[in-house]
Design a binder for this molecule. Sequence first.
Ligand SMILES: [Zn+2]
Length: 269
Amino acid sequence: MTNTGPTTNVKRGPLSVLFPGNVIDFTTLRGNHDNLDPYSGFSVCSYTGDNPMHYDGCIAQLASTLGVNANNIIQPRQTHGTQVLVIDENFISLDTDQRRERLDKTDALVTTCRHVAIGVNTADCVPILLYAHGKVPMVAAIHAGWRGTLAEIATKAVKIMLNTNDADCIAAYIGVSICRNCFEVGDEVANLFVQAGYSGETIFRNHDTGKAHIDLQEINRRQLANCGIHIENIFTDNCCSRHDTSGNYFSARRMGVNSGRTFTGIMLL
Ligand SMILES: [Zn+2]
């Protein structure tokens, strides 16, 4: 592996471009697939009903691309909660069952371990990656659907970084996810956000359909900024998982929840 980062079945993110040799951030690409099979194509997600032979093969391929052991690719078993798990050397030494127990009901990971790729699986929800390049280099991967966004899971992960790093040395990537125009929600969901104080551009109504919409990417961006991360250090991917036509991204709104996932990850070098 070279410091230019992986090129097969993944696209590199802005953090590896800004900090070459220090960190790799990436988004998996579905690649060749059968449109009739929602799990086909590249997907490492182990808990949404895919065949273990398939996702294990994809994990092995991703490990090879990243130049790490497959055991060093860590994915939480996400449940739209707010639990953040710190991955340390002790975690790495655990066996499969012990790891699975720790990763259950976890929606964000933080680590200072090098050559350990942490990531989250999404199909429209917002993946967020953080890289703190201060006293204690640290990375985080966060899954923020509407529930996680409302509960400010990103803020929770940033606070762990702020224990040992200043906010001005944190850079963030808000990855491929559903755009504001595609993210139509019921009034009951929109009302929860209004009650939490969101309004204006982040919650709006489509005048043609009458439906409420939420801008999850922008709300997460504001939460990160409220933690002290400089706006110019927050990079938002402008690719929407729902309306993108490249075939590279899974979308639960387009394909149903019983489908593969896009894995957005980060690794300290
Ligand atoms: Zn869209």
